[in-house]
Design a protein. Structure first.
Length: 374
């Protein structure tokens, strides 16, 4: 089989490495628009301990220990400068995004998969079935480069809050959620360590707070200082650091009703993205990639049948993911309404925000169990 993968993020690299392991004779080409060093964001939270958890991409690496991933078992919520701690219930893994992508890239290269960096965006005609049996579009959600296929009924929504993905050398040993009342409004930080030296520090606030605080008119350096001041107690005089070129923005959710059209199939964020507050995007990329591997491997004689099978299995889990992510996004968009609550009350409201939905981890476990059955 001749396969083109567009985008060398977790989804594309996971799919390419796992399908190639099963079919070493297949030809797989990966193209990536950025260079090898570029990677958006700091650390992400992943499920379980590597190498035991199949939804954790680190489990597929031979040398996952070199990533300096951090395991988290405690959740800490801070509100009115008062904290409540409880168990996360499951082990979570904080990992640096750049190192994880580098390790997945090296895994692909060790399997003789060619990855071409700094590639121009391909024209539609270059994806035709006479050139590739299968084209996997795993190009994430960027604000500029999508593959819009009307047949797949794409939908784009923007959240109301503004957010910024900072990193900080302050080590947050728990999964932290910090609510901070400020004269310009409420700021919320989501923070946890992802290496022995750094933590992720995602901050969000309403548009009104964003405008009133003056963040819109600040230089990136002024914004870093302002946010470090808002969370000075938790940051303990450590800075927050923004990646060059990254701006405060509204979260973009990209959804589709169908995963494939002809020989082109969507994977990862390019198929369904979901709000960062549930920390599942990379996990969904792994689950989607493994389901696609299963369908393509089992129906390699007929790509149409393979993609039909994939569509049927992946869309229900993507729908559930999108419901969980939407409920969570909306909850954070109304954070100001909850500021009058006591710390135990807001902790309870946070824990309950997705309770009306079927559990996502169980659905993902079932999907992976099926996908990994050989
Ligand atoms: C603030 C924030 C916090 C998050 N926290 C977490 C978390 O804690 N846990 C978690 O699991 N997820 C988290 N996520 C989500 C996670 O980062 C994504 O879901 C995940 O990266 C999706 O992987 P992907 O491979 O589909 O897309 P991406 O990682 O976006 O990779 C897509 C790749 O395609 C490339 N590309 C784009 N266009 C083209 C093109 N036309 N041609 C070639 N290449 C192209 C891009 O350069 C990129 O390398 C977070 C997201 C945000 C915004």
């Amino acid at each position: 089989m001749n396969i083109l993968v567009i985008g060398a993020g977790p989804a594309g690299l996971m799919f390419a490495s796992q399908i190639k392991k099963l079919n070493p004779q297949w030809h797989i080409r990966i193209i990536e628009k950025n260079n090898q060093e570029e990677s958006v964001g700091w650390g992400v939270v992943l499920p379980g301990r590597a190498p035991h958890h199949p939804a954790n991409p680190l489990s597929y690496l031979l040398d996952h220990e070199t990533l300096d991933a951090q395991y988290l078992e405690t959740f800490k919520l801070t509100h009115h400068n008062d904290s409540a701690m409880k168990s996360t219930g499951v082990t979570l893994c904080g990992a640096e995004r750049k190192s994880m992508i580098k390790a997945l890239r090296e895994l692909c290269q060790s399997l003789d998969i060619n990855i071409e960096y700094e590639q121009p965006v391909l024209e539609e005609a270059q994806l035709a079935a006479d050139q590739y049996d299968l084209v996997v579009v795993s190009n994430g959600i960027s604000h500029t480069t999508h593959f819009y296929r009307e047949a797949l009924k794409p939908k784009v929504d923007f959240g109301k809050n503004r957010y910024m993905w900072y990193g900080t050398p302050q080590l947050f040993n728990e999964m932290n959620l910090i609510f901070k009342a400020h004269s310009s409004g409420v700021f919320v930080a989501h923070s946890y360590k992802y290496s022995s030296k750094m933590s992720t520090f995602v901050v969000e606030c309403s548009e009104q707070t964003y405008q009133k605080s003056g963040l819109d008119d600040m230089t990136p350096e002024q914004a870093e200082q302002f946010i470090a001041g808002v969370f000075s107690q938790e940051l303990d005089a450590q800075p927050v650091i923004a990646q060059a070129g990254l701006k405060w923005r509204q979260f973009m959710t990209l959804s589709h009703e169908k995963a494939y059209d002809g020989n082109v199939v969507l994977l990862g964020d390019a198929l369904q993205s979901g709000h960062f507050s549930i920390g599942h995007g990379t996990t969904m990329a792994v689950v989607g990639a493994q389901l696609l591997v299963k369908s393509v491997h089992e129906h390699s004689q007929n790509v149409e049948v393979a993609l039909q099978d994939f569509n049927q299995r992946v869309m229900p889990v993507m729908k559930l993911f999108s419901q969980h992510a939407e409920i969570s996004r909306l909850w954070f968009e109304s954070a100001e309404d909850n500021m009058h609550l006591t710390t135990p009350e807001i902790a309870q409201a946070f824990a309950q925000r997705r309770a009306s939905l079927p559990a996502l981890p169980e659905a993902l476990e079932a999907a992976l169990k099926y996908a990994l059955k050989r």
